[in-house]
Design a protein around this ligand. Structure first.
Ligand SMILES: [Zn+2]
Length: 190
């Protein structure tokens, strides 16, 4: 099971963390959070955000909580006087900072069927499109953009279904092993 450690708390599921975070935001609706336990906790949550370094900029003075179409909206007020919005849902989803388990593995498994379907549909491809050598019985399936890049894009997109996002945004092709390695995507082997 994936547990999520945020500050001194451990959440059994991402949904639990989301619920807890939302509860804090609701208590500060139309106010700012600028000190104390809630400030520390929310900062821990936002530190999971894939773009946290850019978002916090020079440093955070406070978080301003408003609501927009029924969902909580957070703006960061920075020490240099600038403001920027940040998605707390993206932060809750995080960068796969799970203590147990492997998010990349889970995400790959979630698109397993798509990869199998791609393999079935490409049975007529017999040669590597790059180097033209005959493909083996189990050619590599190459991703464009790379799988890791796709995960990063997904995390910042606000989308919530990775398999669907993958289906819509990943371009796949067969490559022979050497060409796949040369492409510099040794993490893309499927
Ligand atoms: Zn090749």
């Amino acid at each position: 099971m994936n547990t999520h450690v945020v500050g001194s708390l451990t959440f059994k599921t991402q949904a639990d963390l989301k619920y807890y975070t939302k509860e804090i935001l609701s208590r500060h609706l139309n106010k700012t959070i600028d000190h104390g336990y809630d400030f520390e906790f929310i900062t821990q949550v936002f530190s999971r955000h894939p773009e946290w370094a850019e978002k916090k900029g020079t440093g955070v003075i406070a978080y301003k909580i408003t609501s927009n179409m029924g969902s909580y909206h957070v703006d960061i007020l920075r020490t240099d006087g600038t403001e920027i919005d940040i998605s707390w849902n993206t932060a809750v989803r995080g960068r796969g900072r799970t203590v147990h388990g492997d998010r990349m593995k889970e995400l790959r498994e979630s698109v397993d069927e798509q990869i199998k379907e791609f393999r079935r549909s490409q049975g007529h491809i017999t040669h590597c499109p790059r180097c033209k050598i005959p493909l083996t019985s189990a050619p590599h399936v190459d991703h464009t953009p790379s799988f890791r890049t796709l995960v990063t894009l997904f995390d910042t997109s606000g989308a919530d279904n990775f398999a669907l996002y993958h289906k819509q945004n990943a371009s796949l092709q067969f490559l022979c092993g050497p060409c796949n390695f040369k492409k510099g995507t040794s993490d893309e082997l499927l």
